[in-house]
Design a protein around this ligand. Sequence first.
Ligand SMILES: [Zn+2]
Length: 349
Amino acid sequence: MLLTLAALAPNAAAEHPLAPLAMREAIATDWHTSDSMHRVLLAANRAAEAESRDRADRPAAPPEPTRRITYRVHGGDNWDRIARRHGATRDQLRLWNPQIPRVFTGGDELSIWVPHHFQPLPETGLGLDRDETGLSLLAVPAAGESRGRPSRGRLSHGVRLPDNPALYLVRRPDFAYGSSHTISNLQLALAKFRMTSAFTGPLVVSDMSQRRGRRFGSHSSHQSGRDVDIWLPMTDEALDEREARPLPGHRIVYKRLAPERAHEIDWRATLALVKALIRTGEVQYIFLSRARQRHLYRAARAEGMPKQVLREVFQYPRRGKYGIVRHVPRHHKHIHVRFRCASHERTCY
Ligand SMILES: [Zn+2]
């Protein structure tokens, strides 16, 4: 099991084949409370609190617990970019790292204080520089947490999937909320998909969750910020035939972007999408009706996916509780992606 998923996700570190993003957890344990920089931060926090007490007619919120991470400077980094990525300011970074010269000398390591549940955008091993590819990943607030179950749960501090038309179209912004974990990994997968696939057409992200989660519409799940419906990418011919490509300055006619028939679906692109999602290591299931799974399975075989990987990815041609891609009725225009709970989400099931 481990070996073959590692083959599918070659970038995953060998010792963490199922958790390519385990780096985040390693970083999360690296914090100290007695550090002098922490004292600087606490002093700054106290000053900010005193200030907010002065002007507020409501009580100040308790300061969010923080932890220190160590950030190793990469080529192409600059103070502003690193600060932006960690939700800090350039001045804070300089304050926390007085020993680091203004111009990086190579191999510099910065101490950065972040909110306790902060998740840096997962970039490890994926070779993605958000600022240079144009496939920009946008900063994700860290507070969004999944509570309960997808079919009976809610979302705390829901994070809306940011608009990013280079990667995807958001069909219904009011229903495009997720946990921070889901939003980070979804963005990462969609950027990876755009980098690895020849598909240049529109990709529609449809229903996710409401800002506070809970039941809505005809969905029985989608309640806790872990479920994402993505419409299957369409072939060039189908897009042309239906005049489905959005024109600049015109309203997007979404129903033209929902493929009705199997031959309208770009199965190679769908496969690339599914692989990019699984590569995050954070996808639990991808629901797709059995009749459609057959096409995707064929595309995977045509591409030479090893037999053992096919068995781990697909339920098809079996029935029962196998694989990540599983049958759920009425999923023939879209895949329904279920992300895992983040490790710090204690009441997410
Ligand atoms: Zn769904």
